[in-house]
Ligand binder design. Structure first.
Ligand code: ATP
Ligand code: MG
Length: 335
């Protein structure tokens, strides 16, 4: 393994911006698709409010955090205030109601890790998963969306990284690789640490937004319209950032000692988080702190086999960015 290799200057990096931006544009959902999602949400709200007048529906995940590709499914959270609510009962009831309308393939999966109702809307062609009271996901969706509004390079970078991860088969939590959510957090932290910084650390600023969910205090500066232009001192472009991102994860990240923290905008030490050894199934081989559930390591799905796969993929990507004449082609070749 090559470790901590110094990356050499690549003088022709700028000619790579347009091909990378073209890929980004080709993955973005259209306004028409967004409109269809809204239409389906309105339909679901109508049904839900008949049964639970106080309940609210939220979009979360990639359809709402601005990091979603076109033709994605949507994730919806049904929020019911009643603390004693039995999630399985709610989901079964919900499935009954939606079945009665002409929605297709309605299924309640009450025994899943995150219990949901799945369905497909034949009018818009959109598939959807509905969960109950998963409010932390709704709030971390807002955090991601707010970061994306500060500097468009975040969305460009995260799209390229997600597209790479999906093409290379390293976006599969059930196989021990990382979730899309984890990759976006890696991109945010990376841009917080550029010099000059491209993104601020919203959780260390004045708290203009604060909620308490499941005993987690979620607070940060959310008036992001005031932060547009924050990163303008830094002129790095998308091709440079993709290259530096992969070099960082291939050669510079200290896997033995460091934790990526969007909450602090820096890397923390594994020691201070007490993430130095395996506890149960949490091996902490690559550490990415959840911004709100701070005892939660998004790298905990990674095991001793998949860490090798991941690191080899980071190294492959870094090598391609360093030496290939058309990295935007080879980077995304199926594995
Ligand atoms: P994709 O485009 O691949 O579907 P996604 O943004 O929907 O990407 P997922 O990883 O499927 O990403 O996660 C959906 C949402 O669920 C995330 O945006 C996040 O709000 C929440 N989430 C996912 N995994 C976790 C986790 N381990 N801890 C907390 N929240 C999570
Ligand atoms: Mg999703």
């Amino acid at each position: 393994r090559i470790s901590r290799r110094r990356i050499e200057c690549r003088r022709d990096i700028h000619r790579m911006n347009i091909p990378f931006l073209d890929i980004y544009e080709s993955l973005k959902p259209s306004e028409e698709e967004k409109a269809k999602q809204k239409q389906l949400m309105a339909l679901l709200e109508k049904h839900v409010n008949k049964e639970w007048p106080e309940a609210r529906l939220y979009l979360y995940g990639s359809c709402a955090n601005s990091f979603g590709f076109k033709k994605s499914d949507i994730d919806v959270c049904l929020a019911i205030d009643d603390l004693n609510v039995n999630k399985s009962e709610v989901l079964l009831k919900l499935a009954d109601i939606l079945q009665a309308d002409n929605l297709q393939n309605v299924q309640a999966l009450t025994r899943a890790r995150v219990p949901i109702v799945k369905l497909m809307d034949p009018v818009t062609g959109i598939s959807c998963d509905i969960c109950v009271n998963n409010l932390l996901a709704v709030i971390n969706t807002k955090l991601l969306r707010d970061y994306a509004l500060i500097d468009e390079r975040l969305r460009q970078l995260a799209f390229i990284i997600k597209h790479w991860a999906k093409s290379r088969g390293v976006n599969e939590t059930y196989q021990g690789t990382l979730s899309s959510y984890a990759y976006v957090l890696m991109c945010i932290n990376f841009l917080q640490q550029r010099n000059p910084a491209i993104l601020p650390c919203l959780q260390r600023m004045e708290r203009t937004y604060a909620v308490n969910v499941d005993n987690a205090e979620c607070a940060y500066f959310d008036q992001v319209e005031k932060l547009v232009g924050f990163g303008s001192q830094n002129r790095e472009t998308i091709a440079q950032l993709v290259w530096e991102f992969f070099s960082y994860w291939a050669f510079y990240h200290d896997y033995t000692n460091e934790v990526i923290s969007v909450r602090e905008g820096i890397t923390l030490s594994k020691h201070e988080k007490d993430w130095t050894r395996r506890v149960g199934n949490d091996r902490h081989l690559i550490c990415i702190e959840d911004p709100f559930e701070i005892t939660h390591d998004l790298g905990r799905v990674v095991d001793k086999y998949s860490i090798r796969v991941l690191r080899e993929e980071f190294e492959r990507a870094a090598e391609i960015m360093q030496y290939h004449s058309e990295p935007w082609v080879t980077l995304f070749e199926p594995y």
